[in-house]
Design a protein around this ligand. Structure first.
Ligand code: AMP
Length: 284
């Protein structure tokens, strides 16, 4: 496995990886890898001849009050895990390398509507930062396929839309959310949870699942007050709920029926830790 610490090193390796029209799959990450990331890497391995993984904590997607400086960084362990997973190239650029001119006046990619809903409301420039860095990484790695997690479903839909709108010839694939045994979606930020918070955290997924099951039984005549009841339950258990909403997958429009594929999206804070999760509900 090759570790490319900057764009120059990466540029030297990419033509070799692509030689003979070999298919290159790419998995962008912010590191601190867990079983969720590694499942995406396995999926990439299974659908391509070569796999590139990036590890880059992207400052452009953090706002001033967020956890950029404390975000967990475990580069040596990540590199060892990727080597065992059979990755061909790990790209670990520095901030200076990705943003030589800084991020203040940097060109940004904005995906309207999808990027303004849900997490986009509370984190207004977050998805611009995500799209901009993913676009730049796509340009550097030149993958045929890129794999993203359904854990970040809004992000996945936004990236798919960006690729479509900008005519990028990249096949965007997605992998299912990997969970701890008690149902909590794996996330690098779970380690911020205090012991008592970690014990309560699985209630987020349990509540989503219960809500989805109830909505399914209602079919055409959905009583969305069950979402308010679920929010109230979560609040009682100690969550501060940012949103719990049923939205369509095509446009992230608030939905009140299951006439097209939808998902329940939730974001809630436990203490200082913000957790997100979702469950897809196919149209009946
Ligand atoms: P991150 O390092 O958090 O930016 O995530 C990198 C990629 O891993 C993104 O495509 C995420 O959606 C995906 N991912 C994060 N957590 C999980 C999980 N629990 N299961 C599956 N994919 C995940």
């Amino acid at each position: 496995m090759i570790v490319a610490p900057d764009t120059t090193a990466l540029r030297n390796h990419i033509p070799r990886l692509k030689e003979g029209s070999r298919c290159v799959a790419f998995v962008p990450t912010m590191g601190n890898l867990h079983a969720g990331h590694l499942a995406l890497v396995r999926q990439a391995r299974g659908c391509a001849d070569a796999v590139v993984v990036s590890i880059f904590v992207n400052p452009m997607q953090f706002s001033a009050h967020e956890d950029l400086n404390t975000y967990p960084r475990t580069l040596d362990a990540d590199i060892a895990a990727l080597e065992s997973a059979g990755v061909d190239v790990v790209f670990t650029p520095t901030v200076k390398d990705v943003y030589p001119e800084g991020i203040e006046a940097h060109t940004a990619i904005h995906v309207p509507v999808l990027g303004d809903a849900l997490c986009g409301k509370g984190r207004p420039s977050h998805f611009d930062g995500v799209c901009t860095v993913v676009y730049k990484l796509f340009d550097m790695v030149k993958p045929d396929v890129a794999v993203f997690g359904e854990k970040d479903l809004q992000q996945l839909l936004i990236i798919k839309r960006m690729v479509k709108d900008l005519n990028l010839a990249i096949d965007i694939q997605s992998g299912p959310t990997q969970r701890a045994a008690d149902g909590l979606a794996l996330s690098s930020r779970n380690q911020y949870l205090m012991q008592a918070e970690r014990a309560v955290a699985p209630r987020l997924w349990e509540t989503l699942k219960a809500c989805a099951a109830e909505l399914k039984t209602m079919a055409g005549q959905m009583d969305l007050s069950i979402l308010d009841a679920a929010k109230a339950t979560l609040e009682q258990e100690g969550f501060a709920v940012d949103y719990l909403e049923l939205r369509t997958l095509s446009t992230l429009t608030v939905s009140s029926c299951l006439s097209e594929d939808c998902a329940l999206f939730v974001a809630a804070r436990l203490g200082n830790t913000r957790l997100i999760d979702n469950i897809q509900i196919t149209a009946t």
